[in-house]
Design a protein around this ligand. Sequence first.
Ligand SMILES: [Zn+2]
Ligand SMILES: [Zn+2]
Length: 168
Amino acid sequence: MSKLYIFLRNIKQLFMDTFKTPKLGETLAAYVLRVRKELKLTQLELANAAAINGRSVGKIERGLTTKLNPKTLQGLAIGLGIPIEYLEALIKGEEAKPILGVRFCPKCWNPGSNPDQMWSNLKAKYCYLCGTQLRASCAYCGEPILSFRYKFCAVCGKPYKLKIEKSL
Ligand SMILES: [Zn+2]
Ligand SMILES: [Zn+2]
């Protein structure tokens, strides 16, 4: 492989955040350690970002903690900027499916539930229920939606679900 090819590949990975996708067969411990290093965070910095105990991060990375409580799970996902689904898949030893690019209707979708299958139809641009343009990212800042469990955008703090304006 030429140096240029590797350089271009690295740039591409940088923009696509592909280092955040769990590798096949990767353990939770190895994954958290790898993504944290990629983000250049110390264990303490990650713990602060995740609002969890500093020692918890070390325990997870050493494989001592393999089951995470909901608070740790959510915190870690936010701290690492990854979908909660990735962590859940790693804990279960399943393959993590990227959710980036999955579309939803900002009016009909209820955060916390999986979006309607009809919205992921490649040809669908608008919601078949209400006619609103489908989105794959935050309506306010454009940041790709990280998890369908989240109710608010982690970047701008605005709700993913748009309020339905009542017509007079
Ligand atoms: Zn709709
Ligand atoms: Zn946002």
